[in-house]
Every structure is written in structure tokens, then in C-alpha cells.
Design a protein around this ligand. Structure first.
Ligand code: AQP
Length: 341
């Protein structure tokens, strides 16, 4: 249940870690646009403080942050309707992130599957920031008293941890200051899988470029990646249940459905009996038709980085106006003196 004391407000973010993928688009940005159009206040961030939890070359980070801003706008986010900015320009995120690092328990962090997935066997060599990432993410959301967080399936656990942090803070300080934000995870593609392995999620950082479709890929590359996508020799069945155990086939059906605004059930009914040799060209045509205009618009926007920087600065000013009073009240609740003029 959403807390009724809080005005509905949407917050979400994406790391400017390069190669924005079809997974990020279908699982996150496309949904950001839908929520923007629903009339709720929407705040969308390029979370550069999260990106640096793993090594980022400074020039590349600058480029990727602008490119992500261009992608947001090219996908339909409007800097007048939504607040668009990069996280590090609003210092309240980092400050509340520290406070939440003191609220969250080590045991909670130890259960976070994303850290385990990213660290693998090298946990000892990972940054402290990567381990504490979910406390900063909780701050990103709660510094706006956001009530709804559109994310892909992989981020559900972090939004649940955000709820735990809010609840513990409220309990410890005998207050109802922070809301319990809801993850908003729906649509046909809440978890887009790798084109090379249907059991792994499509990811910006996968070493294989063939595993993902990047929003900047041109039409030939998109078509080639879909042609080379791993599949199986069976024809497509007439119902989704018969795709159990065929994760690559199911993934391509989900992608088609999400791109075309359909339910996977409707797609399978239309393409039943087809071999992948027939279905893949249909999917490639659809993907190119939907993604090419976005890629072209991104290229155009990247021609004027001063304008992108202006949009991010103006968005950060609007974001700080909301975040700073909430941070100040948090310090006050915790007993910290704020007497600077
Ligand atoms: N494969 C996916 N399917 C659906 N949604 C996805 N998201 C990511 N991958 C998929 C959603 O995109 C948003 C932004 O993610 P992020 O950049 O903050 O980090 P991530 O989840 O770790 O995404 P990546 O692409 O795997 O990035 P890297 O490789 O840099 O770690 C989130 O809402 C996420 O759910």
C-alpha cells in the first residue's frame, strides 16, 4: 500500500556506464516516459555516483552522462515535464546516502544478489561503494519522498531494501517521516535477457557486444545481432507454456511484445508455427523501426553538449529545491545542529 500522507512522486535513475541497452530501454526508460505522461511528478537521474562504484575513465564518464541524458530526451522524456539531472550535482543524495549507511545493517547488505553477481569471486577487490550501493539508492529515492520507482526486475530487491531502511529510520526515531516507496515493475520486458544466453540478463557491462542491442547501434548492427541471437531449431509453439525451457525463444517473444506494445500471448498466437528464420527478420524490422529514430535523435542532441549541460544544471536546481529541505529535516530528526547562515 502506498502511504496516503505522501503526494505521489516518481523517482528512478540509470547509471551512465555506457552502452545503454534495449533492456534499459524496455525495462526502465520506456516506462519512465509512460509515468511522465500520467501526470504524476517525475524525477529521473543519471546516477553518476553509482557508476563510479566501478572504475570509470573521467572523459568517458562525462561523455556517457551526456549520452544518457540524450537518450532520455530522445526516448520522450521532456525536461519541462520531468526533472532530469545527474546525481552528483545534488549533494543531498550523497549526504543522505551516508546517513542511510548508518541505518542499514551489514546483514541486509550481505543478502543483496546484485553485489554478489557483480563481485563474483572477487568481492575482496571490489570498492566499498559497490557494497554500499543500495544505501545510496535508498537515499536517491527517499530524498524526494518518492512513492513510486519504475525499475526492471533486477532492481526489485534494492527497492525492498529502501523500504526496510525507511521503516527502520521511522521506527528508530519514532517518526513517519519517510514513505514506503513501491517498485513499479510491469510490462512484457521487465527482464530482457542476453541474446547469447537466455538465462543471463542483458547488461551494459557484458563483455560480448553481441549479447545486447545498444540504443546507439545502427540498423545493420541491430539486424545482425538479432540474426545471430542464440535460438533453437524448434518452430514457435501456439502458447507461452510450451516455451518453458526455451529461454532464448521466450526472450525474443517478450522483446517483440514490448517493442510492439502487445502482450506476449498475443505475439505467440500470431507467429505460432514459424521457424526462427521467419520470425527473426520480423523482429529485426520492428526493432529497427522503433530504435532507429531514437538513435538518430540521440546523435542530433549530442551535437550540442552545452545544451545538454544546461538542461542537467537546470534540472539539478529543481531537484535540489525538493531534496534539500528533506535532508535538513532528516539531520534535525537525528539531532544534528544546523546553525550556518
Ligand atoms: N536486462 C534488463 N531488462 C530489464 N530492465 C533492465 N534494467 C537493466 N537491465 C535490464 C533496468 O535498467 C535500469 C537501469 O539500470 P542501471 O544502469 O542502474 O544498472 P543495472 O541494473 O546494473 O543495468 P546494467 O545494464 O546491467 O548495467 P551495468 O552493466 O552497468 O551494471 C534499472 O531500472 C534496471 O532494472
Amino acid at each position: 500500500m502506498t502511504d496516503t500522507k505522501f503526494t505521489p512522486r516518481v523517482f528512478s535513475g540509470i547509471q551512465p556506464s555506457g552502452n545503454l541497452t534495449l533492456g534499459n530501454y524496455l525495462g526502465a526508460v520506456k516506462r519512465f516516459v509512460e509515468m511522465q505522461e500520467s501526470g504524476i511528478q517525475t524525477i529521473y537521474c543519471m546516477v553518476d555516483l553509482h557508476a563510479v562504484t566501478v572504475w570509470q575513465d573521467p572523459e568517458t564518464l562525462r561523455h556517457n552522462t551526456r549520452e544518457l541524458a540524450a537518450a532520455y530526451i530522445a526516448c520522450g522524456l521532456d525536461a519541462e515535464k520531468s526533472i532530469l539531472f545527474n546525481q552528483s550535482q545534488v549533494s543531498a543524495h550523497a549526504e543522505l546516502g551516508w546517513l542511510f549507511g548508518c541505518v542499514a545493517r551489514l546483514g541486509w547488505m550481505n543478502r543483496m544478489t546484485q553485489f554478489k553477481d557483480k563481485a563474483g569471486k572477487n568481492a575482496e577487490k571490489m570498492s566499498l561503494g559497490l557494497y554500499g550501493y543500495p544505501a545510496l539508492m535508498a537515499a536517491d529515492i527517499l530524498v524526494y519522498h518518492a512513492t513510486h520507482v519504475p525499475v526492471g526486475e533486477d532492481q526489485k530487491q534494492h527497492v525492498e531494501l529502501t523500504r526496510d531502511i525507511a521503516a527502520k529510520f521511522n521506527h528508530d526515531f519514532k517518526t513517519d517521516f519517510f514513505p514506503q516507496p513501491e517498485p513499479v515493475i510491469d510490462g512484457a520486458a521487465t527482464r530482457v535477457m542476453s541474446l547469447r544466453d537466455g538465462t543471463k540478463k542483458m547488461s551494459k557491462s557484458d563483455p560480448s557486444d553481441l549479447s545486447r542491442i545498444n540504443m546507439t547501434d545502427n540498423a545493420d548492427t541491430v539486424a545482425k545481432k538479432i540474426r545471430k541471437a542464440k535460438t533453437d531449431p524448434e518452430p514457435l509453439p501456439d502458447n507461452l507454456e510450451d516455451l518453458a525451457g526455451r529461454p532464448e525463444a521466450r526472450n525474443l517473444i517478450n522483446i517483440y511484445a514490448a517493442l510492439n506494445g502487445q502482450k506476449p500471448e498475443e505475439v505467440i498466437a500470431e507467429v505460432s508455427g514459424q521457424q526462427f528464420g521467419q520470425f527473426k527478420p520480423l523482429l529485426a524490422d520492428l526493432a529497427v523501426a522503433k530504435l532507429s529514430p531514437i538513435g538518430d535523435e540521440m546523435t542530433r542532441l549530442m551535437g550540442d553538449v552545452a545544451e545538454i549541460d544546461r538542461i542537467l544544471g537546470a534540472g539539478a536546481d529543481r531537484a535540489a529545491e525538493i531534496a534539500e529541505p528533506i535532508l535538513a529535516q532528516t539531520f534535525d530528526i537525528m539531532g544534528m545542529i544546523r546553525s550556518r547562515r
